[in-house]
Design a protein around this ligand. Structure first.
Ligand code: NAD
Ligand code: MG
Length: 417
């Protein structure tokens, strides 16, 4: 099994430049922080740029990238005076070029150009592309040797150790953006690894927390896309409904924090106010609380060890009255068990898990399969991949992407019709 980050492999923990002490990046200092945003038009990208809009003198936008929406990308590039705007989908190049004509903003298109944008000199890169599509650009960003604000959890899920050594080799610094991991990072602080007994990641339970299995089998994509607490992109919203998001996050936490797999657990907390609980050997439980709004963890990832003011609503615990916690129901929500199984199998199993889940979520959104089929397809794909020797390991990013491709083909073959 892999060695958890920071335990003995010499790799930097989140917030620590590899091999040394954390240094403040420049948000909050006299010099503006040079920031690039990969996935600028998405939920995390938009929240990041919203914060930038609240602190225009603290940031200088270097590059913004998006996949398809040239109009939105052009608007954001103009609003934030980006130096470079890159659209992944090459057929949208002319549209973007025309929209930005006369602005002085450089324009490029294609997957290679997205990676090149990630390599533009910057102090911090927000890695907020969704899915395994974010791997190559985020790896490219890590070559900078600067701060990576990591929203793209797939880098850690599919390529954990390889990604961490990429960070380490380049002297880069990793800051988690996922709210639970941002919370764990703060709750752990300088606590030595040996004093941590357990890390509990909270899960809202999603929109179907109280539905029985018979009803779960019939839920529609529209129902699944209505998350009770968080506003997020479609993929992560469906993952929150199946609880696969929490499964992916357990794997993410395994790589970020110095704990073994059995020290990581998920707990359902419907209010989404406590984002993580870190239990220590002296009986203390450290937690981080905030209104469920990604701008709080994003602000920390951009400004740590400083803080950045946000317009996020302040918590009113008295008005909230109560915070509740429940054990997840593994029968109705088997995703947690399937993800934990992939983590325990190790090797390339988490990459197979993620790829199969991306295929299954897309099939659900396109109404090819039902809600309960999503995790069933993922579990079957893992079994099949193991039987074919696909999960034995991946040593490089190319190996991971090859496994990812094969797992997608395998998962598609498990879909009906
Ligand atoms: P989203 O779907 O809203 O946005 C995704 C962005 O990636 C868009 O800008 C899109 O244009 C771009 N993109 C999509 N496919 C691409 C490709 N092939 N190449 C290049 N760019 C591409 O997604 P999101 O909800 O913002 O999530 C982004 C990442 O952050 C995911 O990994 C997700 O798990 C993680 N995350 C999101 C939230 C949240 O609240 N939304 C919370 C925690 C973690
Ligand atoms: Mg999360």
């Amino acid at each position: 099994m892999t060695q958890a980050l920071g335990a003995s492999n010499g790799t930097a923990r989140p917030g620590e430049a590899a091999g040394g002490e954390a240094e403040p990046v420049r948000a909050g200092a006299a010099q503006p922080l040079r920031l690039s945003v990969l996935g600028a038009t998405g939920s995390i990208g938009t929240s990041t740029l919203d914060l930038v809009g609240h602190h225009p003198h603290r940031f200088e936008i270097v590059a913004l990238t998006a996949q398809c929406n040239a109009r939105r990308l052009a608007e954001l590039a103009i609003l934030h005076r980006a130096k470079l705007a890159v659209i992944g989908e090459e057929t949208r190049y002319a549209e973007l070029r025309d929209l930005l004509a006369g602005t002085g903003i450089r324009v490029a298109a294609g997957a290679g150009a997205v990676e090149a944008a990630a390599r533009e000199p910057a102090d911090c890169i927000m890695a907020a592309i969704v899915g395994a599509a974010g791997l190559r650009p985020t790896f490219a960003a890590a070559e900078q040797g600067q701060r990576i604000a990591l929203a793209n959890k797939e880098c850690l899920v599919s390529a954990g150790e390889i990604f961490l050594s990429q960070i380490d080799r380049n002297g880069a610094e990793l800051m988690p953006v996922d709210s639970e991991h941002s919370a764990a990072f703060q709750a752990i602080g300088r606590t030595p690894a040996r004093s941590i007994e357990k890390i509990l990641l909270t899960a809202s339970g999603g929109p179907f927390r109280t539905l029985d299995k018979e009803r779960l089998a019939r839920v529609t994509p529209d129902e699944a896309l209505r998350h009770p607490n968080w506003s997020m992109g479609a993929k992560v919203t469906i993952d929150s409904a199946t609880l696969m998001n929490k499964g992916l996050e357990l794997i993410e936490a395994f790589h970020l924090f110095p704990v073994a797999a059995h020290q990581l657990e998920a707990v359902v907390h419907p209010q989404s106010v406590v984002h993580c609980l870190v239990m220590l050997e002296d009986g203390s439980v450290m937690a981080q609380l905030s209104h469920p709004d990604m701008r709080t963890p994003i602000a920390l990832a951009l400004s740590w060890p400083e803080r950045l003011a946000t317009p996020v609503p302040r918590l009113d615990l008295v008005a909230l009255k109560s915070l509740s916690f429940e054990v997840p129901d593994h029968d109705r929500f088997p995703a947690l068990g399937v993800a934990t199984d992939a983590l325990n199998r190790g090797g390339a199993a988490p990459a197979v898990l993620n790829a199969a889940n991306e295929v299954a979520v897309k099939a659900f959104l396109e109404r090819e399969i039902g809600f309960l089929d999503i995790v069933a397809v993922v579990a079957r794909c893992l079994e099949k991949a193991d039987a074919r020797g696909l999960i034995s390991g991946a040593a490089t990013l190319d190996d991971v992407l090859a496994v990812d491709g094969e797992a997608r083909t395998m998962a598609r073959s498990l879909l009906p019709g």
